[in-house]
Design a protein around this ligand. Structure first.
Ligand SMILES: [Zn+2]
Ligand SMILES: [Zn+2]
Length: 348
């Protein structure tokens, strides 16, 4: 493939992801987050806010002009366009793991005639098991990123965001961009291999070729987890579903929040493994990793810095002071929906 074809393929891939209706990073998912945000800023008010007040709530200047957001934008270009093909080469596909799972199960328990299972039951079981297992893969990969010191140096890039916008999703070191999809592919492969062995077929209920439960998550609240809007799920719902506030707690500089809320769409694995922190309605959170955050607001600091920090960990004479600095007031903390609404009402 010549250079022009290669560049063309990169942009076609990036464009394809943007226009796919249920892509987790497609335009529809960003639009869905915007609609939820707009509803939070307007529903229940006696009168509509002015456009100026609405813009201030949804696109606050102090967030969109922050050095942290400029770094997020550079990561978006790097990870969603420039290196996308390279990441694809580094991920063993889910079908590879599914075939391995099938072979292992057949070797252990022997082959059997697939039972006649009603289609609706296969659809229901696969839809639920897939989202539960994907979340387990995400939880497990994320746990390793936090608990293995060398991996944490790379994961810090994501946690160094001092303000959050949906683009913060892309603020990840290339090493993490290769590790996490592998964790998800293993989880997906185990799911499809196991269910195909049991039922002879595994098929979730889909919306535009995406598991319908994941599609609903992508098209509503998934991008709000990296945003300034405080939307907590509490009580039993907070033990089942990961609200945007769950993930904002995960980005907190407060030591009591460290290594909590490692899930993606669900909270069940955090609940089961003791890493769940249910957000309160009135909780205050400051994002980042303290004074070290600013080191990661440049691409050189983010891409090369983790290697230098790992090298210092390996060389005991050069070892840096341990992990996270004490919390400090950094960027603005997330706004509660009510507060957003109140501010819009006051300004409108
Ligand atoms: Zn994390
Ligand atoms: Zn995050």
């Amino acid at each position: 493939m010549d250079l022009f074809n290669w560049i063309g393929a990169l942009f076609l891939g990036a464009t394809g992801r943007l226009i796919a209706p249920t892509s987790p990073t497609g335009l529809a998912s960003y639009l869905g987050a915007f609609v939820v945000l707009a509803m939070m800023a307007t529903v229940g008010r006696r009168r509509w806010p002015s456009w100026r007040a609405f813009r201030k709530v949804v696109f606050p200047k102090k967030i969109f002009g922050h050095a942290s957001t400029r770094a997020d934008l550079q990561f978006y270009v790097l990870n969603s366009v420039a290196l996308t093909s390279a990441y694809g080469l580094a991920v063993a596909s889910a079908s590879f793991w599914a075939e391995g799972t099938m072979r292992t199960l057949t070797a252990c328990f022997g082959s059997h005639d697939a039972p006649t299972t009603p289609v609706w039951l296969v659809l229901a079981v696969t839809t639920i098991v897939e989202i539960v297992m994907v979340d387990l893969g995400y939880w497990a990969g994320h746990y390793l990123l936090h608990r293995i010191p060398a991996l944490w140096e790379f994961h810090k890039v994501h946690h160094s965001a001092e303000v959050m916008t949906p683009l913060t999703e892309w603020r990840q070191h290339p090493l993490e961009m290769m590790l996490m999809p592998n964790a998800l592919a293993i989880a997906n492969g185990l799911t499809y291999g196991g269910l195909t062995y049991l039922f002879g077929v595994a098929q979730p209920l889909t919306l535009w070729r995406t598991n319908v439960l994941l599609a609903v998550f992508f098209l509503t609240i998934s991008h709000l987890r990296h945003s300034h809007v405080w939307l907590p799920f509490t009580g039993f719902l907070g033990r089942l579903v990961h609200s945007p506030a769950h993930h904002q707690i995960h980005h907190s500089t407060d030591p009591k929040h460290f290594d909590k809320n490692l899930g993606f769409a669900l909270s069940i694995w955090d609940w089961l493994f003791g890493t769940l922190w249910i957000p309160r309605e009135d909780e205050r959170v400051v994002f980042g990793i303290g004074a070290e955050s600013a080191e990661f607001h440049t691409m050189s600091g983010s891409l090369l810095g983790p290697f230098a920090k790992v090298a210092r960990r390996v060389n005991p004479r050069d070892r840096a002071p341990e992990t996270r600095d004490p919390p400090r007031p950094a960027g603005p903390s997330p706004s509660r929906p009510d507060a957003s609404r109140d501010r819009a009402a006051a300004a409108g």
